[in-house]
Write a protein that binds this ligand. Structure first.
Ligand code: EPZ
Length: 422
C-alpha cells in the first residue's frame, strides 16, 4: 500500500502543528450511536483508522456528513454491524459494543483485529457489560450481548483503556449509577468524558481510578474539538531529539506527555513551554531506561519511537514493555540498518551510537512503522520502508509531510495492492 523513502538527516528545525488525537477521536465517534441529534466533531484527523471506523458506524446505521474538517454523526435506528471483515480490520471497532447495547439492548460484534502487538482479548469489555446486566454469548469469532442495562459496579483487573471507554459509553444510557474501579486514567478517557458531558451525560472522577456515571434517559447533540495527539507529538519530538535542531510544536498538551518529556530531558535535550507551544532544542546523548506502564506512566505507544532515538544515544538504553507481549517487532527491522539490540522476553537492550546504514526495511505495526521512519533519518544514505498493510497511515496524518516541514527528506509513494500482483 505504501513505500516510504527516507534520507539521512542531520538537523530538523522549524514548527509543526499537532493533529487531533486518534485514540481520543475513535471512541468519541462511537458516541454517534448514542443519539439521534447530530454531534459535530471538529478537526477530525485524516487517518485510515478513522475512515474504517466511519465505514463500520455507517453499517451500524449511523449517518455521517462532512463539513470542512468536521465530521457530523447521528443515528435514528442503530443496529449491529454485519461485516466481520470490516470489524476485524481494527481493534477500536469493539467500541461499538457499549453504545449499541445501551441504545438498543442488543449488540453482536465480531472479535476485533488491529496491530499484531499482542493477544489483545476483550474479556474486560464483556465482564463490564455483564456487570451492567447484559447476557453474553460467545461463539467462535464473535460475541452477542443483550439485555436492558442497569447501573452496576465494575472492577477492572487491569486499567484497560478500551474497556473503560466501552463501559462508559454503555453506562451513560443505563438506568442508575455505574461505578468503575481501577479505571484507566489516560487523557483520552478524560476527553471522552468531557465530550459525553457536553452531550448531557453525568460523569465524575474521570482521570482517577474511580469513575461514577449516572445514566440518563437520553443524550443530545453537541459540538466538540478533541485533544491533540500526544503520541504524534512525542514521535516528532523523538525525531527532533535525534538531530541537533530546534523544533516548535504548536497545539500540544505537555501536561499529557510528562513521562515522555522526562525521558527526553534525561537523554540530554532542552524543552521549553511557551505561549507559542513546546520547543525542543539541543541534542540527545545520554542512554535512557524506559518502562511502559498505564497512564501516567510511560506510554507503550511511544516505546518504538523512543527506541529509534536510543539508536543515537551512546551506551546501553533499556526498554521494559509491560503492556503488550509482542511490541518489539521493530527491533528486528532496526537491526537491518546496523542497530545493536538484544531482546530478552519483554526487555530490549539497545546499544546505541553505532553508525547505521540505509537499507530496505518493513513496517511491522503502526508505531513500529513510524519508528522506522525515524531510524531512517539516523541512517546514512537512503532507507526504503515498505508498509504493505498501510500501518503508518492508520495513525499518523501525513507524517512524511510533517517531517519535510522540519527539513527532512521523506517521501511516500502509494501503490495499489493489485499492482503488486501485476
Ligand atoms: C488502547 O488500546 C490504544 N488504542 C492503544 O493504541 C494503546 O496502545 C493501548 O490503549 C494502551 O495504551 C486505542 O485507544 C484505539 P488496553 P486498547 O485495553 O484499549 C489487556 C496505538 O498505537 N486487555 O488498555 O486495546 C491487553 O491485552 C494503539 O495507537 C485484556 O487483557 O488497550 C493489553 O495487554 C495500539 N483484556 C492491556 O490490557 C481486555 O479485555 C492494555 O490494553 C482488554 C485489554
Amino acid at each position: 500500500m505504501a513505500t516510504y523513502r527516507i534520507r539521512h538527516c542531520e538537523q530538523l528545525s522549524g514548527e509543526v502543528s499537532i493533529h487531533a488525537s486518534k485514540n481520543a477521536v475513535l471512541p468519541i465517534l462511537c458516541a454517534g450511536l448514542l443519539t439521534s441529534e447530530p454531534i459535530t466533531i471538529e478537526k477530525v484527523p485524516l487517518l485510515t483508522d478513522v475512515e474504517t471506523l466511519v465505514d463500520i458506524l455507517t453499517e451500524c446505521g449511523v449517518h455521517t456528513s462532512k463539513h470542512q474538517d468536521a465530521l457530523i454523526l447521528w443515528s435514528d435506528e442503530p443496529r449491529s454491524p454485519v461485516s466481520e471483515n470490516l470489524l476485524s480490520r481494527m481493534r477500536a471497532s469493539v467500541l461499538v459494543m457499549g453504545p449499541l447495547l445501551a441504545r438498543t439492548g442488543y449488540a453482536r460484534v465480531a472479535l476485533p483485529g488491529g496491530c499484531a502487538i499482542g493477544q489483545r482479548p476483550i474479556d474486560l469489555h464483556i465482564k463490564g457489560m455483564q456487570a451492567l446486566g447484559a447476557e453474553a454469548q460467545l461463539t467462535p469469532g464473535s460475541v452477542t450481548l443483550q439485555g436492558e442495562l442497569k447501573g452496576g459496579n465494575v472492577y477492572l483487573d487491569f486499567p484497560s483503556v478500551g474497556a473503560t471507554e466501552n463501559i462508559i459509553l454503555a453506562a451513560v444510557l443505563a438506568k442508575g449509577t455505574t461505578r468503575i474501579e481501577n479505571a484507566a486514567k489516560e487523557p483520552e478517557i478524560v476527553d471522552l468524558c468531557a465530550f459525553l458531558t457536553e452531550m448531557g451525560a453525568k460523569i465524575s472522577g474521570s482521570g482517577t481510578g474511580t469513575i461514577l456515571i449516572e445514566g440518563q434517559r437520553q443524550l443530545h447533540g453537541c459540538i466538540y474539538k478533541p485533544i491533540p495527539d500526544r503520541i504524534e507529538a512525542g514521535t516528532i519530538l523523538c525525531a527532533a531529539a535525534m538531530t541537533e535542531g530546534s523544533v516548535l510544536l504548536r497545539g500540544v498538551r505537555p501536561d499529557h506527555m510528562r513521562a515522555v518529556l522526562f525521558k527526553l530531558v534525561e537523554s540530554g535535550v532542552k524543552l521549553k513551554e511557551t505561549g507559542a507551544g513546546l520547543r525542543l532544542s539541543g541534542k540527545a546523548s545520554q542512554p535512557i531506561q524506559v518502562r511502559t506502564l498505564a497512564y501516567p506512566g510511560f506510554p507503550t505507544d511511544m516505546q518504538a519511537p523512543m527506541m529509534a532515538l536510543a539508536l543515537k544515544l551512546r551506551g546501553t538504553s533499556v526498554f521494559l514493555e509491560t503492556i503488550f507481549e509482542n511490541r518489539f517487532m521493530h527491533a528486528r527491522e532496526m537491526a537491518r540498518l546496523g542497530a545493536s539490540i538484544r531482546i530478552e522476553d519483554r526487555i530490549a537492550l539497545v546499544n546505541g551510537g553505532h553508525v547505521l546504514a540505509g537499507s530496505t526495511v518493513s513496517s511491522t505495526d503502526l508505531r513500529g512503522g513510524a519508528a522506522m521512519i525515524l531510524a531512517g533519518l539516523a541512517a546514512e544514505g537512503e532507507t526504503v520502508l515498505k508498509d504493505p498493510d498501510g500501518h503508518i497511515a492508520r495513525g499518523y496524518e501525513d507524517l512524511p509531510g510533517m517531517l519535510r516541514t522540519l527539513g527532512a527528506d521523506v517521501t511516500m509513494d502509494e501503490w495499489d495492492s493489485a499492482d503488486a500482483n501485476g
